[in-house]
Write a protein that binds this ligand. Sequence first.
Ligand code: SIN
Length: 523
Amino acid sequence: MKIKTDFLIIGSGISGLSLALKLSKLLPDEKLLLITKESLHQSSTYYAQGGIACVSNSSDNFEKHIKDTLIAGDGLCNENIVRKIITQAPERLDELIDLGVEFSRNDDGEYDLGQEGGHSERRILRVNDQTGQSIETTLIDNVKKLNNIEIKEKWCGVNLYVKDLKCYGAYVLDQESEEIHNIAAKSTILASGGAGKIYLYTTNPDVVSGDGIAMAYRAGAMISNMEFYQFHPTCLYHPYAKSFLITEAMRGEGAILKDIRGNEFMENYHPRKDLAPRDIVSRAIDAELKKSGDDYVYLDIASFKDSNFIKSHFPGIYEKCLEFNIDITKESIPVVPAAHYCCGGVMAGIDGTTEIKNLYVIGEAACTDFHGANRLASNSLLEGLVSAYECATYLSEHASNLRTKEFPEWEVGNAVPSTEAVVITQNWDEIRMLMQNFVGIVKSDTRLKRALKRMNIFSEEIDYYYWNYKVDKNLVELRNLSMVAELLIRCALSRKESRGTHFNENHPKKLDLARNSYIKRPW
Ligand code: SIN
């Protein structure tokens, strides 16, 4: 089917939904189409526990938040961008509150601010340990009230249509009809999140397969800093618990990491101990596990806080762990580090502008130089909010008088339905295992080179599949995931130093000159 709209938004996390809301108000006579791969709430935002960092008490100030962000970013943040985002946080948060998000307050009626690693002050606004869920559902409720936003669930972006560095829209797979629609738009905005599913262990939901980054790369956009994949130190370790995060806020409230024999170890790694920046905590856990051969470490809150405190501050984690017979008010939680956040992505301005005209990228899929080499905890929902606001403002000023232009329909050619889904699952599993073991928390030149060789073989097989079989969601995801994995490995190989979340044991030192890595499709 051929579809014409004014603005095509791909993705339904905090960035995509906030953009839709703002744009719909700024341009009430224009049509917006928001598509999402599964149901609307299936995004990393929904699963975010910690909250949003924002200066909001009298002992804190913008300079402190900026300094903490720059320190975590390890020389690769753009200070102007950092300043721009952090100083407008209070305004963006007020808008979220006006939409209906109720951040937790203490008995005095003040915001009950959380503390997380790398922050010198308590500044995390949260809704207990379900901040993302609360924000996501509030945004969805508001978006659904607006009649110039059309929403399509189970629609999955396949490719952008870009010619002479101008984007005309996208080919999109409608998973129910199995048809590929041709959606022409004045502007296409990728708000499609990160790529956690390239790793075997991730805190991200299943939908997070790097689709936007891969689509933009194939279309000719510049990709930057992919080697900086952030691992969250504490993901629940249990054979049946898929991707369940244990928020850093728990360490902020005094929880301590211990090995399975009960020995604390963080004091051997950093003066801030359990509240060191998360790359340091993740590497410390990795080192302890490698040394001991254990499968996990423990996070102990039960010894430090009473049951009521734990249940009221961490109700989501308490309930979830009980499902696995772990009572966190009485016993320690088994945890491992897991892939959590893509600090790199498509090179974009804070307003989403890219090198490709009419293509915008916001949120985790973008690399705006806000996070640098390592994102400070709870800065990502903030970036999503601010970049959605900036992008909507930019689009309303620059894009409304453009014209939507048609482009050729998708050619099915001789493609036939796949008869061997097992090839997809096999490749998928192998890539994720390869990334976990060879391109994980600690990298080496040898492992990276081996990983790249194997990825070349996977890419050939996947390409064959893509050109000869009918495209379905699994194939789209696998193709994107393998592309993003390859980009990450190539960025990692180009960096001859260790910095932020990127640690290569063959180049353990940081170079004097801080630079981004860039990668662009050769034509
Ligand atoms: C957490 O709750 O620990 C995650 C917060 C974040 O990743 O920003």
